[in-house]
Design a protein around this ligand. Structure first.
Ligand code: NAD
Length: 286
């Protein structure tokens, strides 16, 4: 029987979420996505107008289908958490049921259950500021959008993930090594995400037989990465210094995600899996 995946954090065809959706679709999964509310209209209209058709092509020549797109803002758990200015913001007012709890309820109503949950989202309003110049609010916002958002998603989806299911997030090596420029508490957020991956693997494994892993991905020129401002330098650095001297493609991360979500990875949980051309293993650039 085909599996069903919910991928949070798809708003264009450039990021890791899109590539993961494609690899899962190529492996036969049904695809549901969660798209950040302010990005929803442009994503859906671009999709309808065929802007993504070229990048929807799967290895067998067919086009990836997305069964349903859910509006989502993963910094809010339930309607009570939404402040007035967001509620009345016209980019939000046009959509409904986009808090994490409501999205999980909608997916349950529409489909009953899922097998694969993917968190491919992050946000740090002060990412361009060094940690030493990061405000308390900026730091907490980075952790809220990039780390707690995963706990919240898993917490609300866990009741509808079938036993044997798999959950996955995306992390970055700035959590464990100094990457100047990845600021605003984003390095801290990724460290939390990786630690939480272990604890959540224990809790969701014991209680629900669900595996929890994270992929530490190398640099990709996504929309989010371009906003940080140093992505071209990181890609060049990796090409120059990694054991494999090629540019990383989003598809390589997508394929690793499909493996981790599959029964081939049935004993892998609580792991940080590097998909980075091996750059993490280097101690010095040569
Ligand atoms: P991306 O721009 O494709 O994805 C980030 C997504 O997060 C966007 O679609 C954005 O709309 C969404 N988002 C932001 N705030 C949100 C919120 N509050 N609620 C719901 N959605 C929200 O960029 P990406 O680089 O593919 O990022 C995906 C994941 O990969 C992130 O966790 C990122 O940290 C991680 N990652 C990226 C790189 C890289 O070099 N691009 C490297 C390692 C890890």
């Amino acid at each position: 029987k085909g599996k069903r995946a919910f991928i949070a954090g798809v708003a264009d065809d450039n990021g890791y979420g899109w590539a993961i959706a494609k690899s899962l679709a190529a492996a036969g999964a049904e695809i549901l996505v969660g798209t950040w509310v302010p990005a929803l209209n442009i994503f859906e209209s671009s999709f309808r107008r065929g802007k993504f058709d070229e990048s929807r092509v799967l290895p067998d020549g067919s086009l990836m289908e997305i069964t349903k797109v859910y509006p989502l803002d993963a910094v809010f758990d339930s309607p009570d958490d939404v402040p007035e200015d967001i509620k009345t913001n016209k980019r939000y007012a046009g959509s409904s049921n986009w808090t994490v709890k409501e999205v999980a309820e909608s997916v349950k109503q529409d489909f009953g259950s899922i097998d694969i949950l993917v968190h491919s989202l992050a946000n740090g309003p002060e990412v361009t500021r060094p940690l030493l110049e990061t405000s308390r609010n900026g730091y907490l916002a980075a952790l809220s959008a990039s780390s707690y958002s995963y706990i919240s998603l898993l917490k609300h989806f866990v009741p509808i993930i079938n036993p044997g299911g798999s959950s996955l997030s995306l992390t970055y090596i700035a959590s464990e090594r100094i990457i100047p420029g990845y600021g605003g508490g984003m390095s801290s957020a990724k460290a939390a995400l990786e630690s939480d991956t272990r604890v959540l693997a224990f809790e969701a494994g014991r209680k629900h037989k669900i595996r929890v892993n994270t992929i530490s991905a190398g640099p990709l020129r996504s929309r989010a990465a371009k906003a940080i401002g140093f992505i071209d330098m990181m890609i060049d650095y990796s090409s120059a210094n990694a054991p494999l001297q090629k540019e990383l493609s989003a598809e390589e991360v997508g394929n690793a995600a499909a493996f981790l979500a599959s029964p081939l990875a049935s004993a892998i949980t609580g792991a940080v899996i590097y998909v980075d051309n091996g750059l993490n293993a280097m101690g010095v650039g040569v």
